[in-house]
Design a protein around this ligand. Structure first.
Ligand code: NAD
Length: 474
């Protein structure tokens, strides 16, 4: 099941309804709110690409939803279902997502109508480089203009092609690598970006589980990840890493739903092994000790503590929301729950951790990558050894004043300086924790009953302050 033709329209309508609902709690004027809601620019392009000796016309789009901060930022999606409304909805979410986690960017999103699974690597490279060229021609990409990243159907390989194409046209520009994020580490990427969205999802769920006030009537067995039964939809970049980090912290992954079907095992599924099985066999089905489900959407309705939809939008809708049994729906994907479905889930007492907060780990670490590219230096390179020397002096002083000696292992642990991955993860964890508490504070202050409305409102107020201080030009 992939997006039906009008799914993009429904998605955009849902995002607008979420916005309007949150805006009704805002102190901002209707004019400022209208400006915050409207996409600032939409660029549609058709370009020819030679595919196996024949010329084919490929459609691409880039929506820059908000220029209140520059650059604008958002992934590029490759799918035959890409349409203008879908990309507008995704770009809109990016604006609010950046604001929620205090990433100083406007929102954007891109899409190319191509099937990445049936296209050859050569075709994907030609399409990616040509799409990047179209953006360069119109000055719609650059470290200070608009910075794409991976999304559904794209990854670090495509980002490396975009960076190389940009550098070819902007030869000698010192921060050129900051034109795109999610690159391979060897091409100016940052350690920790590939798993950042999934890790951020883990931090967000962990923070929610620890929120005794929010969960007080939910009859959970404890406030930690330990033993929580999780079903994940989509074992791609987001779903795989989110499930892996939750599993590492003691959660039990009982179900995995993929495009070709789903698998379930109440005793738990090893995510790494299941991923390997799918890579080797081309299907998640027939994984050891699991029951197969031909219709993978059945998995969404099965008994679990936490459901992580991490594939596509609109998968929980008015038709199946009544059957959802999870206690928490953790939105890994963008827009997996429609506005109508949200009403049903909230009425059932299900907690929804909203996309604009929960999957913001990707853009957070993209921001770190962009900073790295602007400064052209790896995080930790300047300070790691100096930190280690200072910890060593401290440890030596403690040893000599206490008369006790630490083991070599203890000394190594205590005197370790921060390297790039350590700094990235620390920055991500801090961001996800702070953003959660900011949302909760707004929820309590304004007596808002759900996390999504509070997250939208938090973002709207921050963007509103930007617009108010920018003024209206001319
Ligand atoms: P991906 O292409 O890496 O993975 C998507 C997975 O979903 C694939 O394994 C695919 O086979 C599976 N899938 C497709 N249709 C399905 C269906 N009907 N049922 C079950 N599984 C299905 O994409 P991704 O980057 O993991 O993105 C997934 C979602 O997360 C999207 O909504 C995207 O916008 C959002 N997101 C991604 C990032 C990121 O950093 N990649 C950041 C924030 C949000």
């Amino acid at each position: 099941m992939e997006n039906e033709p009008n799914e993009g329209k429904k998605f955009l309508e849902s995002v607008h309804q979420f916005f309007d609902h949150a805006a009704s709690f805002s102190r901002l004027s209707p004019g400022i709110l209208a400006q915050i809601k409207a996409p600032n620019s939409v660029y549609k392009v058709s370009f020819p690409v030679e595919i196996e000796g024949k010329i084919e016309v490929i459609e691409g789009i880039r929506v820059q939803h908000s220029h209140h901060k520059l650059p604008s930022k958002g992934g590029i999606r490759y799918s035959m279902q890409v349409d203008e409304d879908e990309v507008k909805a995704l770009a809109t979410l990016m604006t609010f997502k950046c604001a929620v986690v205090d990433v100083p960017f406007g929102g954007a999103k891109g899409g190319v109508k191509i099937n990445p699974r049936t296209s050859s690597v050569k075709t994907l490279e030609s399409v990616t480089r040509r799409y990047a060229t179209e953006l360069i021609k119109k000055n719609l990409i650059g470290p200070g203009i608009d910075v794409p990243a991976p999304d559904y159907g794209t990854g670090s390989r495509e980002m490396a092609w975009i960076a190389d194409t940009y550098q070819t046209f902007k030869y000698g520009e010192t921060s050129a690598l900051g034109c795109v994020t999610g690159k391979p580490v060897g091409q100016g990427g940052i350690r920790g970006r590939a798993e950042a969205t999934g890790l951020g999802i883990y931090y967000g769920i962990r923070e929610t589980l620890a929120d005794t006030e929010l969960l007080k009537d939910k009859k959970f067995n404890g406030q930690s990840m330990q033993g929580k039964r999780i079903i994940v939809q989509g074992l791609g970049n987001v779903g795989y890493h989110a499930a892996s980090f939750c599993q590492q912290d003691g959660a039990v992954i009982v179900g995995i739903a993929e495009r070709e079907g789903g698998i379930f095992n109440a005793n738990g599924i090893d995510v790494q092994d299941a991923f390997k099985h799918r890579s080797e066999n081309g299907s998640i089905l027939n994984f050891k000790d699991c029951k197969n489900y031909d219709n993978s959407t059945d998995l969404l309705e099965m008994e679990c503590d936490i459901l992580i939809p991490a594939a596509l939008e609109n998968v929980i809708h008015s038709g199946n929301a009544g059957n959802i049994k999870a206690k928490i729906v953790a939105e890994g994907a963008n827009g997996p729950v429609t506005r109508e479905a949200e009403e049903i889930l909230l009425r059932k007492g299900i907690i929804i951790i909203p996309d604009l907060y929960l999957n913001a780990g990707g853009v957070t670490v993209s921001y770190f990558e962009w900073l790295k590219n602007l400064s052209n230096v790896r995080f930790g390179r300047m300070g790691k050894r100096a930190e280690e020397a200072s910890y060593l002096r401290l440890v030596n002083a403690i040893e000599s004043s206490s008369g006790k000696s630490l083991t070599a292992g203890e000394r190594a642990f205590l005197t370790q300086g921060a390297d790039e991955i350590g700094l990235v993860r620390s920055g991500l964890e801090d961001t996800m924790i702070n953003a959660y508490h900011e949302i909760r504070e707004v929820m309590l202050q304004k007596t808002i009953p759900d996390l999504r409305t509070a997250a939208f409102l938090t973002a709207i107020e921050k963007i509103g302050v930007s617009y108010e201080s920018l003024g209206i030009f001319p």
